[in-house]
Design a protein around this ligand. Structure first.
Ligand code: NZQ
Ligand code: ZN
Length: 346
């Protein structure tokens, strides 16, 4: 195992109706003037935004609103958010929505306290300082509720790039699985795919003897394989939604990735594709993941065979481990298709 630092200060507030406590957590984490950031309208239609506002009103916390975040969030709205925060003297950013809204909120948080162009962070500069961010999550997918990352698309040139820094890890994240029951099946499936990609890309490592994180990843992948088809068949099942939501957080706050090298090629390729074609991140991954795995399999056949046996229940072919490895990749591909993901870019 390699040396590592792991800092994960986010307070997770999990369960039914917990969004009604948002005001209390904003106050606890020092917010007095808040930017509430949200997406294209799902939080208005579900009544969530109203409940969050009521919770802030109850604590007498002032706020301004900025909606309109698009999936694959754009830099234009980030610049707008930074201006609002400076003019209104905002001291806390609250993201109500999915990974795109949270990532846009993180970019605004970093950009507001930075003299230069916030895009510098997406060109490689590490984020050292940011306004505090809190989240009310509405989709289990990107894991941004617990991650130190943000991914933004710059319209000029259509560059989709990531920025990182512990300063943008959320101070708190409210996770009510019931909020994900309004997701269209396609978005639920795209979220499942993204969660599995975050696990797989950590599983693919050159680091030897990392059994503890291998086993954590395998357990989470088995959970997704069990719960994925169940949630598609029974979208209102709270318990299934709860397992998926917590798995989504665990998959990407890096507790499963510490002390080992990781392989983010499928994600990097998908980011280019979603920048160019604006496809849903998870749907893009359903195509790139099995394709990249097939391409790189020979680099470490035994690792792919291990996943095939432990995660997919394949029988190990000791004479021809590449047959087992291939079968595991094929089962992954078929799983994505079975939950409604595309098999190619047509
Ligand atoms: O915009 P609204 O109206 O809210 O609709 C959204 C959006 O259309 C909808 N939605 C979300 N919750 C809903 C809902 N509809 C009904 N009911 C609900 N409860 O779902 C659509 C997708 O939302 P989005 O926020 O884009 O989804 P996701 O969480 O998958 O985020 C994707 C973004 O995260 C980035 C991706 O690249 C992509 O830009 N990633 C961020 C990461 C990070 N920060 O750590 C890591 C990931 O690997 C990923 O790259
Ligand atoms: Zn992802």
């Amino acid at each position: 195992m390699e040396n590592f630092d792991f800092y994960s200060p986010t307070e997770f507030v999990f369960g039914k109706d917990r969004e009604n406590e948002t005001g209390k957590y904003v106050k606890k984490h020092g917010g007095s003037k808040v930017l509430i950031h949200y997406g294209g309208g799902s939080v208005k239609r579900s009544g969530l935004l109203e409940r969050v506002q009521a919770s802030l009103d109850q604590e007498k916390i002032e706020y301004v609103l900025l909606g309109g975040v698009k999936p694959n969030p754009r830099s234009g709205l980030v610049y707008e958010g930074i201006e609002i925060c400076k003019t209104e003297k905002v001291d806390f950013i609250l993201a109500v929505g999915g990974g795109s809204t949270i990532d846009s909120a993180k970019a605004i948080a970093a950009g507001t306290v930075y003299d230069g162009d916030f895009w510098d962070f997406y060109m490689g500069k590490r984020i050292e300082k940011a306004l505090p961010v809190g989240t009310v999550l509405t989709i289990a997918a990107a894991g941004s509720e617990g991650s130190p990352d943000s991914v933004i698309t710059k319209e000029e040139g259509m560059f989709k790039r990531g920025a990182s820094g512990d300063a943008i890890r959320p101070k708190f994240s409210i996770l009510n699985p019931a909020l994900t029951q309004t997701l269209p099946p396609f978005q639920t499936a795209a979220g499942i795919t993204d969660i599995m990609a975050h696990l797989y890309e950590r599983y693919l490592t050159n680091t030897k003897e990392v059994e503890v994180t291998d086993r954590l990843i395998e357990g989470l992948l088995l959970t997704m394989i069990h719960e994925g088809p169940r949630v598609i068949a029974d979208p209102d099942n709270y318990e299934v939604r709860a397992n998926i939501m917590w798995a989504g957080m665990m998959a990407h706050n890096n507790s499963c990735g510490v002390g080992r090298s990781q392989d983010w090629n499928s994600h990097n390729i998908e980011h280019e594709l979603s920048a160019l074609y604006d496809c849903a991140h998870g749907a893009g991954l359903a195509v790139t993941l099995p394709a990249v795995f097939t391409y790189v399999m020979d680099h470490d056949v035994m690792r792919f065979a291990k996943a095939a046996v432990r995660v997919w229940g394949c029988e190990m072919d000791f004479d021809h481990p590449e047959v087992t490895a291939k079968e595991g990749i094929e089962r992954l591909r078929r799983f994505f298709i079975s939950i409604g993901m595309p098999k190619n870019f047509e």
